[in-house]
Design a protein around this ligand. Structure first.
Ligand code: FE2
Length: 294
């Protein structure tokens, strides 16, 4: 296993932004010793029925960053989301920063480039992003060192990003009473997710974990923050030392019952382009709906 440069002495300030339309939590993560920050998993609003996009969520993040006088060093995507659209390019245009994702974005681009019958102008080399991370890669947010842990299973490009004592797990884990994310998208694997989850649980017990999603199971209020120790003990899918066999059986049976996410079709087309809306041959923003392809 890679030796990750964990530094629990650095405690970034983490500001959450919850999007009730998609149950996504975006984060502004500030280096405690400078005005630099990273933005993790931003959301672009879409009224899919009307084919209309807007930026209320992103504008709230932009207003926060400006109000606090922060500099955006990074716009991090934990993975190619299938349930919401990224606002990274919109925020980048207004605030700067580099857009980064896991290097296996190329796998996702190859699979869904076919599904959406994209032409040769759609590059499948990750070049829409400013940085492609490998397991253990480090990067700086002001004076704070961050690093990426390769955590596939939900999708092939999933990474957990660790900034000081805070880890942004994407869909690798949900809150302890939410369990884990589905593994039935192309390139997903329950076995692999189990191993990835245990990479996250190998971080120090008091690591703060920040979720990308929460659905408030059993009617509880929405929450997004927990710790490695809590997940290890209480996570309903992997906690208390649950075996890989049990996890894989449960996860596979559960996934077979799940409907496709409501926004998967627009999300994939936009997110595999780093958040840019595709255009038709005349340059107009346009999305496709492949029939019986997903
Ligand atoms: Fe996801």
């Amino acid at each position: 296993m890679t030796d990750y440069p964990v530094n629990m002495n650095v405690r970034p300030e983490v500001e959450p932004f919850f999007d009730p339309a998609t149950n996504t939590i975006s984060y502004v993560v500030k280096d405690p010793n400078s005005t630099s920050c990273a933005i993790v998993d931003s959301v672009m609003d879409i009224d899919y029925a009307a084919g209309r996009i807007s930026y209320d969520n992103a504008d709230a993040i932009i207003a926060f960053v400006k109000d606090k006088g922060l500099t955006v060093d990074w716009l991090i995507e934990t993975h190619v989301h299938a349930d919401h659209l990224s606002a990274a390019p919109y925020i980048q245009e207004k605030l700067g920063g580099k857009i980064g994702i896991g290097e296996n974005i190329v796998t996702v681009q190859n699979v869904f480039g076919k599904v959406f019958n994209e032409g040769t102008e759609f590059q499948r080399d990750g070049s829409q992003f400013d940085a492609l991370f490998q397991d253990g890669d480090t990067y700086e947010i002001g004076g704070m060192r961050a690093f990426a842990i390769y955590t596939p299973g939900h999708t092939p490009a999933c990474m957990t990003h660790v900034m000081g004592d805070a880890a942004f797990v994407g869909d690798t884990l949900f809150m302890p009473d939410g369990g884990s994310a589905r593994c039935d998208f192309p390139g997903g694997s329950a076995e692999t997710l189990y191993e990835s989850i245990h990479k996250v649980l190998a971080l120090p017990d008091n690591t703060r974990l920040f979720m990308c999603h929460d659905y408030g199971p059993n009617g509880r209020d929405i929450k997004w923050e927990t710790t490695v120790a809590e997940e290890k003990e209480f996570n309903i899918h992997v906690g208390g030392g649950k075996s890989k066999e049990d996890f894989v059986k449960f996860r596979t049976e559960r996934d077979a019952q799940l409907d496709m996410p409501r926004l998967i079709i627009p999300s994939l087309q936009v997110n595999m382009r780093a958040g840019e809306v595709p255009t038709d041959k005349d340059g107009n923003p346009m999305l496709k709906v492949p029939i019986n392809a997903l």
